[in-house]
Design a protein around this ligand. Structure first.
Ligand SMILES: Nc1ncnc2c1ncn2[C@@H]1O[C@H](COP(=O)(O)OP(=O)(O)OP(=O)(O)O)[C@@H](O)[C@H]1O
Length: 303
């Protein structure tokens, strides 16, 4: 596989605190690579190192085949766009004028501005000033800033944080567009796995500065368990019957339960019927990705 970014045993210490602990990731070309970890897990530290805002205490990374300690890394980084901190927008300017300002600041042509506005879904904002934008629009304008250099690789630190459901959908659609229409490889962090789940093609789960699991979306899909949600008139009887059959389950309410062991429907319904337990409904579900993540890292999630 062709990798855009590979880190090897990255280690970052602040005093005696290990913010990154032998962190290794492999970001395939063309992927949307999700860094998932709780607040404080080390995602921003990793992103700051990759984008050159910070240096590792030890370990190394390779970006487009260039090692981080090679002088050519600066040139390679021209292929990178990033939104790490809240970008400083001009509140009294339109989206278009903000972008013109950005190209001027970077000394590059403004010929791609209309394309970029279209890509980030801000082509129709006309005379509306940035100060009147929703948080999601501002977020997309910030990402537009990172696109003026025509990057092949885009780094987004928690771009969905704080957005309302509509804003999340818009940013998600924009990221998919950038990936699929422009072929941009994207590294994106979030502390909420479900927010990335319809987006990412690959994941690294980070806990205490270490990657506890790196996997493709397909592998994640297969790993998260399927269960049957059942609604009955009496879960006490259900629990007795399931227990007797050696089936793994969880009672959710007086009428509902989740069954984790693959089960044959007819024998179960007949056994319940024998004890006057009526089945109102049964449906198959996938365990939420968030649950899978919590199972990996353990404990209660912050944020
Ligand atoms: N300059 C610094 N000095 C000391 N400790 C730091 C510094 N920067 C980060 N840390 C610590 O390193 C750990 C990782 O922080 P980091 O910002 O990378 O986490 P994160 O996964 O991005 O979480 P968040 O989403 O909350 O930013 C945290 O415990 C943080 O307090």
């Amino acid at each position: 596989m062709d990798y855009v970014l590979q880190t090897r045993d990255l280690y970052k210490k602040y005093g005696s605190f290990k913010a990154l602990d032998n962190l290794t990731i492999n970001v395939p070309k063309g992927s949307i690579y999700g860094l998932v970890g709780r607040n404080g897990a080390g995602k921003t530290t990793l992103i700051r190192i990759v984008t050159g805002l910070n240096h590792p205490s030890s370990g190394e990374f390779t970006f487009y085949g260039v090692k981080n300690n090679d002088g050519k890394i600066l040139e390679a980084r021209r292929k990178m766009g990033a939104v790490v901190e809240t970008p400083s927008l001009h509140p009294n300017m339109t989206a278009r004028d903000n972008l013109i300002q950005q190209t001027k600041a970077l000394g590059i042509s403004d010929e791609k501005i209309d394309d970029i506005l279209k890509l980030v879904g801000l082509a129709n904002t006309g005379k509306k000033k940035a100060k009147n934008f929703s948080l999601g629009m501002r977020q997309r304008l910030g990402i537009a800033f990172s696109l003026v250099g025509d990057p092949e690789f885009l780094v987004l630190d928690e771009p969905i944080n704080g957005l309302d459901p509509q804003g999340i959908i818009e940013v998600r659609e924009m990221i998919t567009r950038l990936n699929q229409e422009k072929g941009i490889t994207i590294l994106i962090s979030s502390h909420i796995l479900d927010e990335l789940s319809r987006l990412a093609t690959h994941y690294a789960f980070i806990e205490r500065g270490h990657v506890i699991k790196e996997m493709s979306a397909e592998e994640l899909e297969n790993a998260s368990r399927t269960f049957v949600h059942i609604n009955v008139n009496d879960t006490k009887i259900l629990a007795d019957v399931l227990g007797g059959m050696g089936i793994e389950f969880r009672i959710c309410s007086p009428n509902e339960a989740d069954i984790y062991t693959p089960v044959q429907v007819t024998p179960l319904v007949l056994a319940l019927n024998d004890k006057n337990c009526i089945v109102n409904s049964m449906s198959e579900h996938h365990e939420s990705l968030e649950n899978y993540f919590m199972g990996l890292v353990g404990g209660v999630q912050n944020g």
